[in-house]
Design a protein around this ligand. Structure first.
Ligand code: ATP
Ligand code: MG
Length: 436
């Protein structure tokens, strides 16, 4: 469906055309009319399928129409909460791009940097505020922000925003908002425990679910290498010798390990940078922008980069270790295979991680191709994880997708003959021209 058919107004149509979008993605097609009608919404769609524009475009439109009637109103009218600083920045950039011709003002506030410049921008008057919870509460407390005029609330990565880590702060923020507002939640995942919490935040919501929650996109080819822990670093160097891996995001569970992986890669002559919570905000942003601009081929990250981050033409994600929370796997691998592109997700699994692998397969309802033949299989180990062991997981593979054969695949993950992926490639992402 074309954006015109969704009754998007000209100034926004022109801006999304500049971005190269011609047709709306399924989540955009379904969510935009609901939001334009003023209803609360829960929107679930796979990673990289355009959830940002699904909320940003209709919100800009509603605010634009209001502005026509209520001139000179400089209160903050819309609040978008995101779990990480980098994602807050990225969402704000999307609002700026889509809202370029609307005159609507937005800004992002987040921790780790001085608040001075942020406060100056707030004083100048803004319509849409994108924020991480900690800094927002801080500035509310200091009375630089008044939340009394909020009409729209978005929780992007909603399940993360409501979980144990951020839930307390987010609930405090919500308690300060007017009861009468339009609330929208978006994510690619929604664990059951958290979905129960949602009722208290939304009022008669419309639920839009494009694909099963927590499913992974078919254009991402997923594989897992069974490897002893001590050999993971050698396997990583081995794989990265393949120059067809153009841009790769390597995930590590801990900050310490992210540093170690990065220094090991550099010692092996592979240029890499790390991004994690112990780095200064400036170096976090620099590493990410270097990676986005393809100045560096390898970025090693903790899960701060797992959600929402959009890097064009990111060909590979490697899970150096498996995440504890299965939903995190969905988000990590979703950094590749975005906007209709193909992607490759490779995971390393050692003996201790085999239960994590089972949980992941159960969550995504897919079995992951096991690569058993590679130079670091380890003679003593012949890991007790075998493909049949994994297949025994009775819940995995209830998938609508046909199960792929797991047995004795050769080390061929990097092949370009990605026929299955191509077949299932969605064409609503065709862009009229590349992004500026
Ligand atoms: N209608 C469209 N046509 C073409 N490209 C689009 C369209 N909508 C969004 N995109 C592009 O698709 C990419 C992914 O969009 P976005 O980051 O909003 O995905 P998402 O669903 O929020 O993913 P995640 O779950 O990882 O946060 C972006 O590069 C965006 O510019
Ligand atoms: Mg997103």
């Amino acid at each position: 469906m074309f954006f015109e058919d969704l009754r998007i107004i000209d100034p926004i149509l022109k801006a999304i055309e500049n971005e190269g979008y011609t047709t709306a993605t399924p989540i955009q097609e379904k969510a935009i009319p609901v939001i334009l009608e003023g209803k609360d919404l829960q929107g679930f769609a796979q990673t990289g399928t355009g959830k940002t524009a699904a909320f940003a475009v209709p919100m800009l439109q509603l605010l634009y129409k209001k502005k026509e009637t209520e001139r000179k109103n400089i209160n903050i009218k819309a609040l978008v909460l995101a779990p990480t600083r980098e994602l807050a920045i990225q969402i704000e950039e999307s609002f700026s791009a889509y809202g370029k011709y609307t005159g609507i003002k937005n800004t992002a506030i987040f921790g780790g940097v001085s608040q001075k410049a942020q406060v100056e921008r707030l004083k100048a008057g803004i319509d849409i505020l994108v924020a991480t919870p900690g800094r927002l509460l801080d500035l509310v407390q200091q009375k630089y922000i008044n939340l009394q005029h909020i009409e729209f609330l978005v929780l992007d990565e909603a399940d993360r925003m409501l979980d144990m880590g951020l839930g307390y702060d987010v609930k405090r923020i919500i308690s300060k908002l007017p009861k009468k507002r339009q609330t929208m939640l978006f994510s690619a995942t929604m664990p059951k425990e958290i979905s129960k919490l949602i009722a208290s935040i939304l009022l008669n919501p419309v639920k839009v679910e494009v694909t099963p929650v927590s499913s992974t996109i078919d254009t991402i080819r997923q594989s897992v290498y069974l490897v002893e822990k001590r050999n993971k670093k050698h396997l990583l160097t081995h794989l990265l010798k393949d120059k067809s891996i153009e841009s790769v995001l390597v995930f590590s569970r801990t900050k310490h390990n992210a540093n170690k992986i990065t220094s090991d890669l550099i010692k092996s002559g592979i240029q890499a940078q790390a991004i994690h919570g112990n780095k200064s905000q400036n170096s976090r942003q620099l590493a990410l922008s270097n990676f986005k601009e393809k100045k560096i081929r390898v970025l090693v990250a903790t899960d701060i980069a797992a959600r929402g981050i959009d890097v064009e033409k990111l060909s590979h994600v490697i899970n150096f270790d498996l995440p504890e929370v299965p939903e995190t796997y969905v988000h990590r691998i979703g950094r590749t295979g975005r906007a209709g592109e193909e992607g490759m997700a490779i995971s390393f699994c050692d003996e201790e991680e085999k239960d994590l692998l089972k949980h992941i397969e159960k969550t995504i309802s897919k079995s992951i191709t096991v690569i058993k033949e590679h130079p670091y299989t380890g003679s003593s180990l012949e890991l007790s994880i075998t493909s049949s062991d994994i297949s025994k997981n009775k819940d995995a593979g209830k998938s609508r997708n046909a199960r792929k054969s797991n047995t004795n695949r050769k080390d061929n993950t990097n092949r370009k003959d990605n026929t299955n992926a191509k077949d299932s490639r969605s064409n609503y992402f065709r862009k009229s021209k590349s992004k500026a």
